[in-house]
Design a protein around this ligand. Sequence first.
Ligand SMILES: [Cu+2]
Length: 346
Amino acid sequence: MTKTNLTAVATAFVLATAVPVWAAGNASTTTPVTGDTSHGAATSVQPSGSGAHHEHADPKAMDAAMAKRDKSFPAKTAGQGAPDLEPTVTADGTKEFALTAKIAKWELEPGKVVDAWTFNGTVPGPTLKVAVGDKVRVVVKNELPESTSVHWHGILLPNEVDGVANLTQDPIKPSETFTYEFTAERPSVGWFHSHHDGTKQVANGLWGTILMGEMPRPEGVTVAQSRTMHLQDGGVIGLSLNGKSFPATEPVHAKLNEWVEIHYVNAGGQAHPMHLHGLDQLVIAKDGYPVATPYKADTVLVAPGERYTVLIKADRTGDWLWHCHIFSHAEGSQGMFGMVTALTVS
Ligand SMILES: [Cu+2]
């Protein structure tokens, strides 16, 4: 190597190491501001009256503000997303569910209440659980100020109930009702959502899950709890897990050596790499299709529309952070926010 080349290499090395350090330092004062304004829900996470730029000139004040926010987890808010919805069973055994699309107040994090577009008043909407072979009827009443429709993503059904406004049905106008009927043909991790002005309606809260049967689990695995983890990043809901932003996200509690099953559902517009500290995630299904060979991952990338089903053996005690690994979706100089929760093993 010539002396000139050596100098060039040395210069490049200095730049390569120096630039990220400088950029990282700079980012700590600037990123949260731009990051927050691009995501509605994160805007409010600045502690009130903090004045981000001034605050960061004083590391003690910054630490105090971050600690206050981070340690308030899990913070209480009104309302819980994705509650199970009990069906009415009709004389012929059909499981009938009632969904009402309506605007409702929704508390994302303490004190931050938005006008969400909801099914039955929650974000995400209700969870519908049926067995394979069940006849299913879902009666959707539209109490929104505009038309809507409901698509059943990941569910085998007749085309006329696929729920695409202006393609397979007329939009459900305000105050109108539409009935969706189909039979649960196979085990499915499905989700339902508006397919009319979806940019606004889905991001503002109009989605939920429909689960048919169960995903096959490895031999000897008994699941102590099965849950959904819904991802959202837009509309009035913003960066959130199950309709709540950290510190109001709900932690998952497990006893040592229990198995926990999670269905990730990405109802948002961006892919989110969901990382769990300390414990393995065993991926057993993608979009409700069992994978041929379950595989371990510590980070599961969930793209818009996708579902991943993972099993977690809670075999180490502690508070294990669980978050989207895009840091601008999870933590900044104000502390943690958005797509962050924890798995507590005791
Ligand atoms: Cu993310």
